[in-house]
Design a protein around this ligand. Structure first.
Ligand SMILES: Cc1cc2nc3c(=O)[nH]c(=O)nc-3n(C[C@H](O)[C@H](O)[C@H](O)COP(=O)(O)O)c2cc1C
Length: 192
């Protein structure tokens, strides 16, 4: 098994793709990675829309700022199937569940040597109309696992260092930059 941290570091947002279709076996593996993702109470409120036809891709690329991918995936959530918090009836797990599913699939795409970009910049109603998605099913995330010439990031991107994750000594909470000044700075968070 390859090292997960290596895989996580390898992933980056690819926005230039080769036109060749993604092999069926690779697509199956991506879907399988989504299938085994955890969801709140195992409710599995997600539905996956696979976009591969030229007409479908034309519609999808009109909704996203990234272009030229031969495979698009839309992770949708069924509102009525999401777990609802017993402590707050307005809070449900739909976004969280579908994000985990999308992340599983995105990382499997990386493991398969494909590039992809998470594309949240779309108008949900426009996408719903384009693909006839029924009311009650929310298009939550789109991404584009496809072959690329540049499987590696060409220049490093600034990511916050672990040491900038701050732990409040009294509460044990972890804050990122901008935490209150009383916070003990510079220590990597310890685990309990
Ligand atoms: C939830 C989410 C939504 C994103 N939406 C878009 C998007 O609509 N368009 C885009 O070009 N990139 C999008 N990205 C990519 C981010 O800009 C990118 O992940 C971030 O800049 C870090 O770069 P990296 O992915 O190369 O590490 C999105 C990423 C995430 C996690």
């Amino acid at each position: 098994m390859s090292d997960f941290l290596d895989l996580a570091r390898r992933r980056y947002s690819v926005r230039t793709y080769l036109p060749q279709p993604v092999e069926a076996e690779k697509l199956e593996r991506i879907l399988e990675a989504g299938r085994v993702a955890p969801t709140a109470k195992n409710n599995q409120p997600h539905r996956i829309l696979i976009v591969q036809s030229p007409e479908g891709l034309e519609k999808l690329t009109k909704c996203t700022n990234v272009q030229g991918y031969p495979l698009g995936i839309v992770v949708c959530g069924v509102q009525s199937e999401a777990w609802v918090s017993p402590f707050d009836p307005n809070k449900n797990s739909l976004e969280t569940d579908t994000s985990i599913v999308a992340t599983h699939m995105l990382l499997e795409a990386t493991a398969l040597g494909l590039g992809s970009c998470w594309m949240a910049r779309f108008e949900p109603e426009r996408l719903r109309e384009a693909f006839n998605i029924p009311e009650g099913i929310v298009p939550e995330h789109t991404f584009s696992p496809s072959a690329t010439r540049r499987a590696k990031r060409s220049r490093p991107i600034a990511m916050t260092r672990c040491a900038s994750l701050l732990r409040l000594p009294s509460s044990g909470n972890i804050f990122r930059n901008g935490a209150p000044p009383s916070v003990h700075r510079g220590q990597p968070p310890s685990t309990h």
